[in-house]
Design a protein. Sequence first.
Length: 254
Amino acid sequence: MKQARFIAQGRIHTGVVNGTTVTDEGGREYPLDAIRVWLPPLIPNKVIGLALNYSDHAEELGLEKPKEPVLFIKPNSSLIGHQAPVVYPDGATYMHYENELAVVIGRAGRNIKHTHAYDYVSGYTIANDVTVRDYVNNFYRPPVRAKGHDSFGPLGPFLVDKEDVPNVENLELRTYVNGELRQRGNTRDLMYTIPDLIEFISSFMTLEPGDVILTGTPKGISHVYPGDVMRLEIDRLGVLENPVIDGRNGSEGV
């Protein structure tokens, strides 16, 4: 089953996707291409990000494989849905996408054993861990400023049940910018697998229903600019697309 959250007729709806339509909680059916406002497919309890989980990406940055997973917290305030704009911050010189498989936790657990890890997973979605590379260095670890801007967490468009993704350890990821293929990888190349991550994180932190784990990005990051459109694809999970807009004329307040 694929689930989605969206706005229609002035209300937030949760629906089930069936081919080219989505059926909301009241049984009303909407064509997917008629939906203008998509929301993240869930409201996470917390989002746990992971740096350097593909060896080719580590090589791309001139770094070695870390001795253990390098984690950070992605703020919920950064999350946006499919087709929502990502704001290019004033003063940034290098902003890039990161196409990532996002793992959604379905039940609470602590000290979860590697062999039981998938029992705690409810499903998967696509995440774009947008990053300003200017702020990624030792002084800014964990990279809160680099990855925590409002709009830096596109998520979706669907939450796909675990049972519908039996080959999660062999999914291809592709990222296009303005139609040009920029990034390609496969989850079989994860240095720390999903069970590795669940076991490690739960050794010191309770994982709760609705938690999201971002599993890292493969080689192929590149600069995006205002006016660009980022299109992220992961096999079986769909397409997450977001335009980049200029944030130099932002205003104060909410």
